[in-house]
Ligand binder design. Structure first.
Ligand code: ASP
Ligand code: MG
Length: 420
């Protein structure tokens, strides 16, 4: 069996959904477990719905949701004739689920509502694709992934309960392949043992695909993207970015850690554990070879460039000029846990700590406020963090010329520079 994952861009338009059908035809006769994300930018749009709802703005949240609804209905209309009514009936069930909730007054934490609302994006996209495939004669079984992927209730970043998930996959999913070649399900979504929907973190569909690949002992996982494969830099920023034909799992973990938007970082472990190769292929031209990622050492990699904008630098100094000791440091790390912050770079000196993090929502200010009980705190925002794996001195000089460097850290393989 092969596992396929189609991201949001691969199902963002009617034409692209046709294209998914064409790709699956190419694999006619093979067993395929297909994981699909929400269409296009639906997840972002649903986030806005959840925000409006939580701000007490019911009317606005319903209006925003209606836009999403109409988009999906329109797509279904363009794609379907004989299966339109069946599809609409299912879509309507999902719409109603969300609208019911939006009429409530929020009484639980935001992250809970976020997951209940946002998960519907994947429900809608898979429902449409599954009906479309059936309409074109590609038999498939649609699975509500919430019946299979069990998580804890850490909403928005839920942790997989592997024991239950494995048991349910073997009980519900595996037997389906006795009578079907194709199963379609949602990425990114799971559910608690109390049937509350959860999500696995943004871009989490890759991870879902890896979970199924692992449990089903797939021969490979293919992630279908709108790029040629894994590139050594973002081609939107660097016009001379080049394709990397093969990578080791270890390298990809490093790349993801430093913020390369290749693959969700949690994707690798389930594959590596069972030596399941990961293909990153282009859905726009399936003849392109793409990138293969596997349990093999790959030498002579080009420099890999990762840029992260919107960085904040927190400059923390001890209040009494004493050395930075383990007590304030361990409290600082506890704060990261409490506030769900993953620092991108930390450097410790005698009496200060410098810390670089993504400046998103109000996390920076929250951390600054909390840390000010331990340290004197200064914050600088709007910075860029450049990471180069397998760097060369020449490349560094070119990229950093004229930049005002605030912090730099270097190992044998990786250099990181924070600049204005
Ligand atoms: N739809 C979700 C997101 O946009 C999950 C995914 O695409 O992997 O983050
Ligand atoms: Mg996506």
């Amino acid at each position: 069996m092969k596992v396929f994952k189609f991201g949001g861009a691969s199902v963002s338009t009617v034409d692209r959904i046709h294209n998914v059908g064409n790709i699956l035809q190419e694999y006619n006769g093979e067993q395929l477990m297909v994981i699909i994300s929400a269409m296009g930018k639906t997840t972002n749009a649903l986030e806005k719905v959840a925000e409006a709802f939580y701000a007490g703005n019911t009317v606005e949240s319903l209006r925003l949701f209606d836009v999403i609804k109409q988009q999906h209905i329109t797509t279904a209309k363009y794609l379907l004739v004989t299966h339109y009514n069946a599809c609409l009936a299912k879509l309507t069930d999902f719409f109603t689920e969300v609208e019911w909730l939006l009429h409530d007054k929020p009484s639980k934490p935001y992250d809970y509502y976020y997951d209940q609302v946002v998960c519907v994006g994947e429900m809608l996209s898979t429902c449409i694709v599954s009906h479309y495939l059936r309409e074109t004669g590609i038999a498939n079984k649609w699975i509500d992934v919430r019946d299979v992927i069990r998580t804890d209730d850490n909403f928005r970043d839920a942790t997989i309960d592997w024991t239950v998930t494995e048991a349910k996959t073997k009980e519900w999913v595996q037997p389906l392949f006795r009578e079907n070649n194709i199963a379609i399900t949602q990425g990114f979504v799971g559910s608690t043992d109390e049937n509350e929907s959860t999500t696995l973190g943004r871009e989490g569909s890759d991870f879902t695909a890896a979970i199924f690949a692992n449990i089903l002992d797939a021969e490979s996982l293919t992630i279908w993207k709108d790029v040629e494969g894994v590139m050594n830099a973002d081609p939107k920023i660097f016009s001379d970015a080049q394709l990397i034909k093969e990578l080791s799992f270890a390298e990809v973990i490093e790349m993801a850690y430093y913020g390369a938007q290749v693959i969700h970082p949690k994707t690798i472990k389930p594959l590596q554990n069972k030596s399941i190769p990961l293909h990153v292929k282009c859905f726009l031209d399936i003849r392109l070879p793409g990138t293969i990622i596997y349990n093999k050492q790959v030498k002579n990699l080009p420099p890999i460039i990762i840029l992260k904008n919107n960085q904040a630098l927190l400059h923390l100094s001890t209040q009494d000029f004493s050395f930075v000791g383990e007590a304030p440091m361990s409290r600082l790390y506890n704060l990261f846990g409490q506030l769900k912050i993953k620092p991108n770079l930390i450097q410790t000196g005698a009496i200060n700590v410098q810390l670089c993090m993504d400046d998103k929502s109000d996390k920076t200010d929250q951390l600054a406020a909390e840390a000010s009980q331990l340290f004197d705190v200064q914050v600088v925002k709007n910075l860029t963090l450049l990471t180069i794996r397998h760097f060369t001195k020449d490349l560094m000089n070119t990229m950093l010329s004229g930049k005002n460097i605030l912090l730099q850290q270097q190992t044998k393989e990786t250099v990181q520079v924070l600049y204005v």
